[in-house]
Design a protein around this ligand. Structure first.
Ligand code: ADP
Length: 465
C-alpha cells in the first residue's frame, strides 16, 4: 500500500513538473515569437517607408494634407469666435474629430504598405490605427487643440526624421510617427498596424513544438496510468493469493482436524470395544478424506489447466437427461434442504459435451445457490433452446451479489467480501471452474443479481441438433 502511494505521489509530481516545464518553455517560445513577429513587421515597415520615400511621389498623406490645409484655415476662425469656454472646448473637440477622421479616411499609406507586404511575401491584411499626440492651430495666439500627456517626452528632436525605437512590447506595431506643419496647423501622430490573426499565425508557427510537448505529456501520462494500473492489478492479485492461502488453510484444516480427532477416538479402549462406534468413526474418516481429496484435486487441476490445454472427453448427449441426473443427485446429496424447481424446454436437444466437467459445472452453480443463502433455499433450474444454443439458468433466492463483485466473481480466487470471509466457506475457485468449463465447450456464462433478492447464472452452450 505504502509503495503504491509512493508511486502515485512520485508519478503525479513528475507529471506536474513536466507540465510546468513544458508550459514554461512554450510560453517562452510564444513571447519570443510575438516579439519576433513585431520586430519583423517593424523592420519590414521601415524598409517600405524608405522604399516609398525613394520611389514613390507621395508618402501616403498628400490628400490628407490638402484637405486639412483648407479646413484648418476656417477652423482657426471658428475657434476664435467661440462664445464661451464651453463652446471653445466643444469646438476644439470637433476640430480634433475632423482631423482624426480625415487622416484615417484619406490616407493611402495602408494600401501602399499592404501592396508592399504582399510583394515581399508577407501577410497583407492588417488593421491600422492613428494616434494623434499633438495638434495645434497656429494663428496670432496658437491654440493647442489636443496634446497627449507624454507628448513632451516622446517628441523627437526637431529636424530629426528618424523613427522612434520600435515598441515591441505591445500588440500594435508602430510603423512610424508623422509630424508636419502647415500655414495654420501643426500635427504630430503615430501610425500603428496590428494583425487580428497574429495569434493564429504564431500558433501555426509553433504548432510543431506545441504538438510535441502535448504528445510527450500525454505519453508520460499514459505510461504512468499503465504502470499504476499494473501495480494495482499486481496488488489485487497478491491480495487474492493471500486470501486464497488463508481460505485454503482453513478449508483443509477442517477435514484434517476431524480426521485427527477421529484417529484419537479410535485409540480409546471404550470405542475399540464398540463395533458400531468404530464403523461410524471409520465412515467419518472416509468422508473427510474424500472431501480432502476433492479439494486437493480441484487445486491441482486448476494449476494443471494453467500449463496445459483443457482436455475434454466429449460425447453427444440428451441435455434434458443429463440435467435431470445432475439435479436429482444434487437434491439427494448436498442440496437436500433446498427446494429445486425444474422447468425444461429443451425439445430433445442434443449437446456435445464432457459429462463429468459439465456435472461439476452445474453442481458448482447449485451448491453456490444453497451456500450463499440466508433462508431456506429455493432454486429454479430452467433450460431451453434458442437460436441453436442451449440455455441453462440457475436462479436462487440467496444473498445476491453487488455490481462491483459481479465483475470479478468468475476470476480465479475471487471471493465477494461478505464482511466475515469465513461466514461462507470457499476458495474462490468454483465460478472460475464454471467459466473455464463453459468456455472450453465454446459457450459463455453470465450473472444477473440484486443484493438481498437473489442471483441468476445463465450458461449458454452451442447445441448439436
Ligand atoms: P467460493 O464459493 O469458493 O467463494 P466461487 O468462485 O464459487 O467461490 O464464488 C465466487 C464468489 O461469488 C463467492 O465468494 C460469492 O461471494 C459469490 N457467489 C457465487 N455464487 C453466488 C450465489 N449464488 N449467490 C451469491 N453470491 C454468490
Amino acid at each position: 500500500m505504502k509503495s503504491k502511494n509512493t508511486v502515485l505521489i512520485l508519478g503525479i509530481s513528475s507529471i506536474l513538473i513536466l507540465i510546468s516545464v513544458q508550459v514554461f518553455i512554450i510560453t517562452g517560445i510564444w513571447k519570443q515569437k510575438n516579439q519576433m513577429f513585431a520586430l519583423q513587421y517593424t523592420i519590414l515597415s521601415k524598409e517600405a517607408l524608405s522604399y516609398f520615400s525613394r520611389r514613390m511621389p507621395s508618402d501616403g498623406f498628400d490628400t490628407v494634407r490638402f484637405i486639412l490645409r483648407k479646413y484648418s484655415e476656417q477652423a482657426v476662425n471658428e475657434l476664435h469666435s467661440a462664445k464661451d469656454e464651453a463652446d471653445f472646448k466643444s469646438r476644439k473637440k470637433d476640430v480634433l474629430d475632423y482631423f482624426t477622421t480625415v487622416i484615417n479616411k484619406e490616407q493611402d499609406l495602408s494600401s501602399m504598405l499592404s501592396t508592399y507586404f504582399e510583394r515581399r511575401g508577407f501577410a497583407k491584411n492588417f488593421n491600422y490605427s492613428i494616434s494623434i499626440n499633438n495638434l495645434e492651430l497656429i494663428s496670432n495666439d496658437t491654440v493647442v487643440v489636443y496634446r497627449n500627456e507624454d507628448f513632451s517626452n516622446r517628441v523627437p528632436p526637431a529636424g530629426n526624421q528618424r523613427s522612434p525605437a520600435p515598441d515591441i512590447s505591445r500588440s500594435k506595431i508602430l510603423v512610424n510617427w508623422f509630424q508636419w506643419e502647415d500655414n495654420d496647423y501643426r500635427i504630430f501622430f503615430f501610425y500603428f498596424i496590428d494583425f487580428s490573426n497574429q495569434r493564429n499565425m504564431i500558433l501555426k508557427e509553433i504548432s510543431g513544438s506545441l504538438g510535441l510537448s502535448t504528445l510527450s505529456i500525454l505519453l508520460v501520462g499514459i505510461m504512468f496510468l499503465i504502470t499504476f494500473r499494473n501495480l494495482k492489478e499486481e496488488q489485487r492479485l497478491s491480495n487474492l493469493k493471500t486470501d486464497f492461502i488463508n481460505n485454503m488453510t482453513h478449508e483443509l484444516k477442517t477435514p484434517l482436524s476431524t480426521i485427527t480427532v477421529a484417529g484419537k477416538t479410535l485409540e480409546m479402549p471404550q470405542i475399540r470395544s464398540n463395533d458400531s462406534k468404530i464403523l461410524e468413526t471409520a465412515k467419518l474418516i472416509g468422508k473427510q478424506s474424500v472431501h480432502l481429496n476433492q479439494l486437493i484435486n480441484m487445486i491441482l487441476e486448476i494449476s494443471m489447466w494453467e500449463r496445459t490445454q483443457f482436455q475434454l472427453d466429449k460425447r453427444i448427449v440428451d441435455i434434458e437427461e443429463v440435467m435431470n441426473d445432475i439435479v436429482d443427485s444434487f437434491k439427494s446429496g448436498g442440496g437436500n434442504n433446498a427446494t429445486i424447481n425444474k422447468k425444461y424446454n429443451f425439445n430433445g436437444a442434443k449437446v456435445d459435451l464432457d459429462v463429468i466437467y459439465f456435472t461439476t459445472l452445474v453442481n458448482n452453480l447449485l451448491s453456490n445457490a444453497v451456500k450463499y443463502s440466508d433462508k431456506v433455499p429455493v432454486i429454479d433450474v430452467e433450460g431451453f433452446t434458442e437460436d441453436n444454443n442451449i440455455y441453462i439458468k440457475v436462479s436462487d433466492n440467496g444473498i445476491g451479489i453487488n455490481k462491483i463483485d459481479q465483475k470479478h466473481i468468475f476470476d480465479k480466487f475471487y471471493r465477494a467480501s461478505t464482511g466475515n470471509i469465513h461466514k461462507f466457506k470457499g476458495l474462490g475457485l468454483g465460478l472460475y471452474y464454471v467459466k473455464k468449463i463453459v468456455e472450453a465447450h465454446g459457450g459463455d456464462v453470465t450473472v444477473s443479481s440484486k443484493p438481498g433478492k437473489g442471483s441468476t447464472f445463465t450458461v449458454i452452450l452451442p447445441a448439436n441438433a
